[in-house]
Design a protein around this ligand. Structure first.
Ligand code: ZN
Length: 372
């Protein structure tokens, strides 16, 4: 089982997995399901896992990851699998979503699919693929009646299903109302509430919970070979999103720790000049990008969260000593207030406010929360 899990690369989600194993084993399995949850928690990985389990040739412990069917699912090439995802609109053809897509573009799309097969947490990056349109669903309506091996379950997986436009959703609804026997639909989405009620009412809704950051850290240590500090920063900044964590790990984030420590020293002092200096460093448009400032603020939130939880040495490699010092220096620190202030600033920065003013205001507000 562990070996099969390694092959399907499904991280964590043990309860969810057991639930599905029981559901599949029971045989009382509805034909349409929505897997909803935050970005990067493994909804697609779970969908591929379920699809393979439904078609695995092994007697027990499905999916085995070894039989011919499983191996094909691992390559996303099983004939029982139909993947629907957003494609660029290249023609007004209403029955084939691939019409008008040039050969070069098709090669890129296939490369993206190969990346998805290699790592199911990967987000497909296809230029101008803004929505899932009716052509894709109409094609599905034809393909769904093509013969497949007897005894197999046809699985239609719609990735980021909320990208379906209204026309496509209505066309899908017709299939959902009367699907051919032996067909299962799995819709994955971060925004189940954006799906029309008519679709949702015909599907069982399953929530895929957030990933614990420690699992993400382990994955980064194993797969990306980063050092423990970098692994923890990326894992925690990702807020449960494995794909985002892998993205963060592409660059060095450890230098932020020094900046956070400098900021904390500044906050501890009654010194306007040092506040001003920190603000200038952060507002510097040559040195910082909008993303890097957001990253810094996210880390600062993590710090205050750890202070609030009185996180001890050994539980974090990031700032165990600093957070303990903070607890000693400012025993009445209002961490929740500090976190709210940082979140407000994060939102404000997205609206392009005056950087220096917003950051100065934040630093003075943080000070107030420290010395409550
Ligand atoms: Zn198998």
């Amino acid at each position: 089982m562990v070996e099969a899990l390694n092959k399907f690369q499904l991280i964590g989600q043990e309860q969810t997995r057991r639930y599905w194993e029981t559901l599949i084993g029971s045989g009382r399995f509805g034909h349409a399901h929505i897997l909803s949850g935050h970005s990067g928690v493994g909804k697609d990985a779970l969908a591929f896992f379920i699809a393979a389990a439904l078609n695995c040739k092994a007697d027990t412990k499905k999916p085995c990851g070894n039989c011919i069917s499983c191996r094909q699912f691992l390559n996303l090439e099983n004939q029982a699998l139909q993947l629907i995802f957003a494609l660029p609109r290249r023609s007004a053809n209403q029955t084939d979503p691939f019409t008008g897509i040039k050969e070069k573009e098709m090669i890129l799309i296939n490369e993206e699919l190969a990346k998805k097969a290699a790592w199911p947490y990967y987000h497909l990056q296809i230029d101008a693929a803004n929505d899932i349109r009716i052509a894709g669903i109409r094609k599905l309506r034809k393909d769904i009646y093509l013969a497949i091996d007897p005894g197999t379950t046809r699985v239609i997986i719609i990735l980021r299903a909320h990208k379906m436009n209204m026309e496509a959703a209505n066309a899908l609804l017709k299939i959902l109302e009367e699907p051919p026997a032996g067909t299962i639909f799995l819709l994955t989405t971060e925004y189940a509430d954006r799906l029309p009620d008519t679709i949702r009412s015909r599907c069982a809704l399953h929530h895929v919970p957030d990933l614990n950051w420690k699992l993400i850290r382990e994955d980064l240590l194993q797969k990306k070979g980063v050092d423990p500090v970098q692994a923890e920063i990326c894992a925690r900044m990702s807020m449960g999103d494995l794909a985002a964590a892998h993205g963060y790990a592409e660059q060095d984030n450890t230098f932020w720790l020094d900046r956070i420590r400098a900021t904390l020293n500044t906050l501890a002092k009654e010194d306007f000049v040092s506040v001003h200096k920190q603000v200038l460093l952060l507002a510097d448009k040559e040195e910082q990008t909008d993303d890097s400032r957001q990253q810094f603020l996210s880390l600062l939130i993590l710090f205050f969260r750890d202070v609030a939880l009185k996180v001890k040495m050994g539980e974090t490699v990031l700032w165990a000593t600093q957070s303990q010092q903070m607890n000693k220096l400012f025993p009445n620190c209002d961490s929740q207030g500090a976190i709210k202030a940082i979140e407000r600033t994060k939102n404000a920065l997205e609206r392009k406010v005056h950087l220096q003013l917003a950051l100065t205001a934040l630093f003075f507000e943080l000070r107030k929360h420290l010395r409550r």
